[in-house]
Design a protein around this ligand. Structure first.
Ligand code: SAH
Length: 554
């Protein structure tokens, strides 16, 4: 379960919140702006904030009336198997009421909170009250095989059906369920592949590990076939696998892909040494299956596979950040990026290690991100706009390509796209990129000016609309004028030009001028410039403004 967010609406609740937060490691305090101080994150809109947290799967603990939480979340209530726990707590800490998330741990969370407040939680889940255990949500080390049957199964038990226990699980024996020898219902705890039914609830203890300890030529699909085949032959359920263990030196893309496809954690080890609690039960030249008598905690073996995602947050405001990028940032342990960009995602970064750096050190930043990921962290490199457009994704890949450290092999590397400045600029003014276009960076720091000049000339001759990134900076002032002169050789001085500055940020300005009017003062390093093609047209509007577009056909 992710650490919960505690939400308070007034300063009186802050003390209670802080008290219960001592029992909830990693939790953060969200407070209503202007009503609370000393909180981790200030929010302005209660409804939007809460609904976003719920959609992000973050457990919510509200120090407010249950009704407010219910009304706020009711319109978006979703799947009970995946929704996050939601708990209401009286502002003075006198009542703890689990509202949602019976299948995802709300009752345990409520008990934890109530213990910190020295009270009893108001638990309403019938199974929990009667049996003192939550059958849909078994403790760590057990996976339920047939969650689709659990509701009816519990209803039958509440209705008085007798139940037997087949297999061994201390959490079931310690519950208030009364087991008999010949029950009408059975709870089976087994590593065998049994589907379960309305009469039989099946739990798999995660008591096996798969070890792959020699190099392989298999691709992901072949590996999965091999594994499924092996488990089928032994009639073992894949759900009993706690994790797949691989030496760091062997952890290439294929092996990493298996974990993802089978939804099993991968653990990386320096060398394979097994404790005496594990016995080999099945082995061939490809893999070894080891078994323990008790469920295995994957976190006790080696380190997790590291993850590195390069995300683009869009040009500025939050509304341009994709839900995927938001979720990726929320799940990260470490954020790497230019200080200014990290500041833009401040409210998502509480509790994370932030490695801010100067704008000019892209390659150092990439190395740092790769090294952190190789050590098992979940690292996000934060870029503005789209990460693949004049930004960090290429920098990370360049370092990976040229320096190629063996320990970087095992990293799960992803890129999450974002809206680029040229798209945001175009959308603000109409559709100037509606036909063929290209993007050119006017910076000659990473490439010689001759290359830039030749590209501008070719693009102008080919009649592309052009987006100019990095048009000017304090060290580079003449390039924009040089670019304009090249353009004027094959494009009219009346060509529409869009200057878009600070898109999505405070001080946003979008202006239409002509190519003849373009001057160095027109732009700064926070401006993206769109140059129309010979076909780009202006539509005057009643208020004196213009829409700009490039038709789709000639
Ligand atoms: N990856 C970014 C581009 C980074 S290069 C993207 O896809 O948008 C930096 C240049 O992008 C700036 O010099 C400017 O030309 C443009 N840019 C980035 N953010 C901008 C914004 N909010 N408003 C206008 N231009 C922006």
């Amino acid at each position: 379960m992710k650490p919960p967010i505690i939400v308070v609406l007034n300063q009186v609740s802050v003390a209670t919140a802080r008290q219960l937060m001592t029992a909830l490691p990693g939790s953060q305090l969200y407070g209503l702006v202007d009503r609370t101080i000393d909180v981790d994150v200030s929010f302005t809109n209660f409804g939007d904030t809460l609904r976003q947290l719920y959609r992000d799967g973050v457990p919510i603990v509200g120090l407010c009336a249950a009704g407010i939480l219910i009304r706020t979340l009711a319109p978006i209530l979703s799947n009970t198997k995946t929704e996050p726990p939601v708990i209401a707590i009286a502002a003075d800490g006198s009542a703890v009421v689990p509202l949602l998330g019976g299948m995802t741990g709300v009752n345990d969370l409520a008990e934890q909170i109530a213990a910190a407040l020295n009270i009893r939680p108001a638990i309403t889940t019938a199974g929990k009250i009667l049996f003192n255990t939550v059958l849909p949500d078994p403790p760590a080390g057990y996976r339920i095989a047939n969650p689709e049957h659990v509701k009816a199964f519990i209803a039958d038990l509440i209705g008085g059906a007798s139940v037997s226990l087949d297999g061994d699980a201390p959490w079931l024996t310690a519950s208030n369920l009364t087991f008999c020898t010949d029950g009408k219902r059975t709870i089976t705890v087994t590593n065998q592949a049994i589907a379960g039914s309305l009469e039989q609830l099946v739990y798999h203890p995660t008591s096996l590990v798969i070890s792959i300890d020699r190099p392989t030529q298999f691709n992901v699909a072949r590996w999965i076939e091999v594994m499924i085949d092996r488990f089928d032959t032994a009639n073992l359920a894949l759900a009993v696998v706690a994790c797949i263990v691989i030496p760091k030196t062997l952890a290439g893309a294929a092996i990493i892909g298996i974990g993802k496809s089978l939804n099993l954690p991968i653990r990386l080890v320096d060398s394979v040494e097994w404790s005496q609690d594990l016995t080999v039960i099945n082995q061939d030249e490809n893999l070894t299956i080891l078994s323990a008598t008790q469920p295995i905690d994957p976190n006790s073996i080696g380190q997790p596979q590291g993850k590195l995602t390069v995300v683009g947050t869009g040009p500025g405001s939050k509304q341009w950040m994709s839900p995927q990028v938001r979720a990726t940032i929320l799940a990260a342990t470490d954020l790497v990026g230019y200080h200014t960009y990290l500041d833009l995602v401040k409210d998502l970064s509480v509790g994370k290690e932030c490695h801010g750096s100067d704008n000019r050190v892209e390659l150092d930043r990439s190395r740092l991100a790769l090294d952190l990921a190789a050590s098992g962290k979940n690292v996000v490199v934060v870029s503005s706009g789209d990460p693949g457009i004049f930004a960090m994704a290429a920098a990370v890949l360049e370092v990976l390509d040229k320096e190629n450290k063996p320990e970087w092999q095992s990293i799960d590397l992803q890129i999450n796209p974002g809206i680029s400045a040229m798209q945001a600029a175009a959308a603000e003014i109409g559709a100037p990129l509606g036909h063929d276009f290209c993007a050119i960076s006017l910076s000659d720091i990473l490439k010689p000016w001759e290359v830039v000049a030749a590209r501008i000339a070719s693009a102008a001759e080919a009649d592309f609309a052009i987006a100019f990134y990095n048009p000017i900076s304090s060290q580079r002032s003449w390039q924009l004028t040089a670019a304009k002169e090249i353009l004027l050789k094959s494009r009219s001085s009346t060509t529409p030009v869009i200057l878009a500055r600070n898109l999505g940020r405070s001080g946003q300005e979008v202006q239409v001028i002509t190519l003849g009017e373009l001057a160095p003062e027109s732009a700064d390093m926070r401006t993206v410039i769109l140059i129309g093609s010979s076909q780009t047209r202006l539509i005057p509007r009643a208020d004196g403004s213009y829409l700009v577009y490039t038709p789709r056909s000639y």
